[in-house]
Design a protein around this ligand. Sequence first.
Ligand SMILES: [Zn+2]
Ligand SMILES: [Zn+2]
Length: 240
Amino acid sequence: MDALSWWHAARDSLQRFVLPYHCLLCGGVGDAGIDLCADCAAELPRNRRCCARCALPLAESAALCGQCQRRPPPWDAAWVPFRYAWPLDRLETRFKFGADLAAGRVLSTLWLREMPWAVPPELIVPVPLHRQRLRARGHNQALELARPLARAMQVPVQATWLLRERGTAAQTELGALARRRNVRRAFAAKAGVVWPEHVVLLDDVMTTGATLAECCRVLRRAGAKRIDVWALARAPVGQR
Ligand SMILES: [Zn+2]
Ligand SMILES: [Zn+2]
């Protein structure tokens, strides 16, 4: 254990001595190492039956969804361990819009526990927010979720190489086509950067994948060879 990890562990155990884990959803006693009880954790919607390429939840087992069979997305693989549904959506809303960092810690701990420990990428790039939205919200939820994963995998996070140059309308109310138009040419890669071959693009919630696809195109043009997308939860269009 390096000095920093030791310090994190020591600080966490000190905190827990004063403040035991408690469930953020029901207020009950938290499970070991997380502010969530075992019952609420068991209710979280896992995304086990999904498209291998875009992680869309599927009613029946199939390697690829219809959309990916017709027109595969520009990334190589997707990893999205949860579906965006109750009660995970409650934690995500508290974290994203209520700046509830305890909820964010629960989400990143859950994500970390689902980690398949495949070959780690060389770099993790969170989907950036436009500076105005960042100022209004106070944090980029994708970056906050990326940090604990990156620390555990010992992979660097790079939050300044991909920039959101154009402010865009919130995707929430838009359909699939409008989402694609909304994010077109919204992103740019920082000039003069040599990108490693294997990059992960990370976001909190993936809906149509329009934002991730647009970021992916920018990274490809900038020189990334293999691009995987990771998101905490997958939502079908119209659900958010
Ligand atoms: Zn609970
Ligand atoms: Zn698919």
